[in-house]
Design a protein around this ligand. Structure first.
Ligand code: AMP
Ligand code: MN
Ligand code: MN
Ligand code: MN
Length: 280
């Protein structure tokens, strides 16, 4: 059983890589990719845990943040590109991760500054505290907003402060999708367009995005993401076929208390799909 999209405490997940691998094993995963946001810091720990555990294999991975502008000069949309089977020693990868870390740190300052303007105090220090040694992201700001009493839930934090079009939605620092796809290819990996349904695009826009992704060198589509409805899966399987993309599947697991993204609990890929692991 393949789960090729998961997070650990090295980004915005709730479990350290070793505990993630242990839970994956319990949940029946046999091939696991750790795909933290813009970092590979947890992959070696996951590999070490897997080596000490029988019957589980680790695929090296990352989930890069990128910006896709449908038209030149347009504001652009944030997209996530998973890289599977990347070479951790690749110079291109090491440079790319360093650039993303810088972008994340700068972005965190901008998010805090914008939140300050709408009355939220101390969010940079707060978010840094929750990020710990991991890379900082909006979920850490969300946790601060909850604990400091500005909102009651994660959903509220994104609806009011961090989600699309809100003050904390800063994406202009991310590199283009084409650039990120290139990074992954040059690191020996397979570029996968993550959770296509989350972008809430019309079919026309989704196909425009896929066209740009394929033109850039993209090779696979995440046909199954979490506990997705069959209708969505079938729609994405059809798109993968039309664009001759390989199909990937992953839970996008973050926390054990989020049942819609439970580790290893995902529908099977439709039989029409060509699984991405055939290219491993
Ligand atoms: P960032 O990487 O800093 O852009 O943060 C994006 C992460 O925030 C995603 O990977 C999700 O884990 C989380 N996220 C995004 N939207 C929401 C939402 N509406 N509610 C809860 N978490 C979200
Ligand atoms: Mn996340
Ligand atoms: Mn994502
Ligand atoms: Mn993810």
């Amino acid at each position: 059983m393949y789960d090729l999209h998961t997070h650990s405490t090295c980004s915005d997940g709730g479990l350290p890589p070793s505990e993630l691998v242990a839970l994956a094993k319990v949940n029946g995963v046999t091939v696991l990719a750790l795909t933290d946001h813009d970092t590979v810091a947890g992959v070696e720990q996951a590999q070490a845990q897997a080596a000490a555990t029988s019957d589980i294999e680790i695929v090296t991975g990352i989930e890069f943040s990128a910006l896709h502008a449908f038209r030149e000069g347009s504001a652009g949309m944030g997209v996530h590109i998973v890289g599977l089977q990347i070479d951790l020693q690749s110079e291109v990868l090491i440079q790319a991760v360093a650039q993303q870390t810088q972008a994340r740190n700068k972005r965190a300052e901008q998010i805090a500054h914008r939140l300050e303007k709408v009355g939220v105090k101390g969010s940079l220090e707060g978010a840094k505290h929750y990020a710990g040694d991991g890379v900082i992201g909006r979920p850490h700001f969300a946790q601060y907003l909850i604990d400091a009493g500005y909102v009651n839930t994660f959903a509220q934090a994104f609806q009011r402060y961090l989600g699309s079009g809100k003050p904390g939605d800063v994406k202009q620092l991310w590199p283009s999708m084409a650039r990120v796809v290139q990074w992954i290819l040059e690191s020996g990996g397979i570029p996968v367009l993550a959770h296509p349904d989350k972008y809430e695009l019309t079919r026309t826009k989704l196909y425009e995005l896929l066209d740009a992704f394929v033109t850039a060198g993209g090779q696979a589509l995440e046909v199954v993401s979490g506990q997705q409805e069959a209708g969505v899966t079938n729609k994405l399987a059809q798109a993968a076929e039309e664009f001759s993309l390989l199909a990937s599947c992953g839970s996008d697991f973050h926390h054990p208390n989020q049942p819609w993204q439970a580790l290893g609990k995902i529908p099977q890929l439709p039989v029409s799909c060509q699984p991405v692991w055939e290219a491993f």
